[in-house]
Ligand binder design. Structure first.
Ligand SMILES: NC(=O)c1ccc[n+]([C@@H]2O[C@H](COP(=O)([O-])OP(=O)(O)OC[C@H]3O[C@@H](n4cnc5c(N)ncnc54)[C@H](OP(=O)(O)O)[C@@H]3O)[C@@H](O)[C@H]2O)c1
Length: 444
């Protein structure tokens, strides 16, 4: 993304500083003074990086922000404004966008780029949906567009892949990129139920009042698309990536997962096969031996598999004001020093949610003779073989949860069988179907 720093404003301020015999100064505007924005101001105030000068802060209803506790760390000379034109017409060299969302943010950043300002952003939706066109615009206007904090917050997975893995052919990546889901599922692993943990996550500020973007997988699929673009040079339509909610996972699933030597995590995975990318964001059974199972709480974990370099694991704090601010400020420093990053051609790729994998099927039934043979029959009809049947003691016969695992087969094949099984009178809930992650998993 990063290009040679030749914007008029940066050059002008550099020339004027050079005339005065001072180090060149890069003027910076913060757009958004929320969790991450105020932390960026804190990091900049604490570290006083030479040549970096925060000059403007933009936020709606700005007086509210200006009188906040976080504002006390902001230098007195900084201009606070709620008029975006003040930023666009200023001599700011770099805008740091920390507001989130697509509109009106995209339009404002386009204007900033056209007026010669570089952009640092942590906005995953913007980069997932508009990253390619914004990057072209930035290249045309010879400015930087960097977004190292857009995936995994404080974990340098994007810069790590750009700078450290550009020389490999990455064919597969999988991991945990949504801290909210990881917090919920890793608490459920210790026996808590979904509703209680979600309420706790909302109280702690880990989950929104409407948790859908996290628990239904939309946040993670935006991040998966960004990672696929950087690691596999594959441009994916985020809306085409299959998602499955974690909200149907129950405490009993963790008991059965444990018997299978697994746990359950929201996994985002993508695998390049020819010209197609197999991609999916869903709760999956993860073997306890996999590094993905080791992440707890709001931690993020990404495993990148390359043809030549093998597996590389990134892990750490995926979210939070200060960890994310570190990633943002690191991007700012790279832009200010004109650092270039590796750029390889990106191609649009077809997406499918199909993976050839074993599946975990959990049924809750009013127990009657013949249920297991009906399930076996429905699976056999679509060509899926049963690998194991698990039934823990102690559950009432009139509401009996039990599990069937299958040998590797396509998810669409299993779903076809479940569609007919769900119509049986004895089925008290829609059967739950989870992919079982294996280290050697292959797509269709
Ligand atoms: N929080 C994290 O851990 C984390 C991690 C990685 C990436 N990110 C990304 O970083 C960005 C910022 O996240 P955040 O957690 O700091 O969000 P936040 O706390 O909600 O802060 C956003 C700030 O931007 C302001 N804002 C939003 N829309 C605006 C608009 N249209 N005009 C003017 N001001 C506007 C908000 O003002 P109000 O106070 O009036 O709403 C708020 O002050 C997002 O793109 C997010 O996805 C966050």
């Amino acid at each position: 993304m990063a290009k040679k720093q030749t914007t008029k404003s940066v050059s002008a301020s550099k020339k004027s500083s050079a005339r005065k015999g001072l180090a060149p100064v890069v003027n910076v505007a913060l757009l958004g003074f929320g969790t991450v924005g105020s932390s960026v101001a804190t990091v900049l105030a604490a570290s006083k990086f030479p040549g970096i000068q925060l000059t403007h802060i933009f936020n709606r209803d700005v007086e509210r922000k200006r009188t906040s506790a976080a504002a006390k760390r902001v230098p007195a000379a900084v201009v606070w404004t709620e008029d975006i034109n003040v930023i666009l017409k200023s001599n700011v060299d770099v805008v740091i966008e920390l507001m989130g969302g697509l509109n009106p943010i995209e339009g404002w950043l386009r204007k900033a780029i056209v007026s010669g300002k570089s952009v640092v952003t942590a906005n995953k939706q913007l980069i997932a949906y508009r990253g390619a066109t914004l990057a072209k615009l930035a290249a045309k206007h010879d400015v930087h567009l960097v977004h190292g904090a857009a995936v995994a917050g404080g974990v340098p997975v994007i810069p790590g892949m750009l700078q450290g893995l550009g020389g490999d052919q990455v064919t597969r990546l999988s991991g945990i990129v949504n801290g909210t889901c990881n917090y919920i599922l890793s608490r459920m692993e210790t026996g808590a139920d979904y509703a209680t943990v979600l309420a706790d996550a909302q109280q702690l500020g880990y989950a929104e009042a409407d948790p859908s973007a996290d628990v239904d997988g939309y946040d993670a699929r935006a991040k998966l698309c960004i990672l696929s673009r950087i690691a596999m040079h594959a441009e994916l339509d985020p809306d085409a990536v299959a998602t499955q909610s974690i909200s149907t996972v129950e405490a009993v699933d963790f008991s059965y997962a444990k018997e299978l030597n697994c746990t359950i995590r929201q996994v985002s995975r993508a695998q390049l096969e020819g010209t197609t990318v197999h991609a999916r964001v869903a709760p999956m059974l993860v073997p306890m031996a996999s590094p993905i199972a080791w992440s707890h709480g709001t931690q993020n974990m990404v495993v990148v598999s390359g043809r030549f370099g093998g597996d590389v694991v990134f892990s750490g704090h995926g979210a939070g004001g200060e960890p994310t601010a570190v990633a943002v400020v690191s991007d700012l420093l790279a832009v200010a020093q004109g650092c270039k990053s590796v750029q390889l051609p990106v191609r649009k790729r077809k997406v499918t949610g199909e993976f050839l994998a074993p599946h975990y099927l959990r049924f809750v039934v009013d127990d009657k003779p013949g249920i297991v043979s009906a399930i076996a029959g429905a699976l056999a009809k679509v060509g899926a073989n049963i690998d194991s049947i698990l039934q823990r003691p102690g559950y009432p016969k009139h509401r009996l949860p039990f599990v069937v695992t299958t040998e590797p087969c396509l998810t669409s094949v299993i779903e076809k069988a479940l569609h007919s099984l769900a119509k049986m009178d004895c089925m008290l809930e829609r059967p739950l179907c989870l992919q079982m992650l294996q280290i050697e998993d292959k797509p269709e």
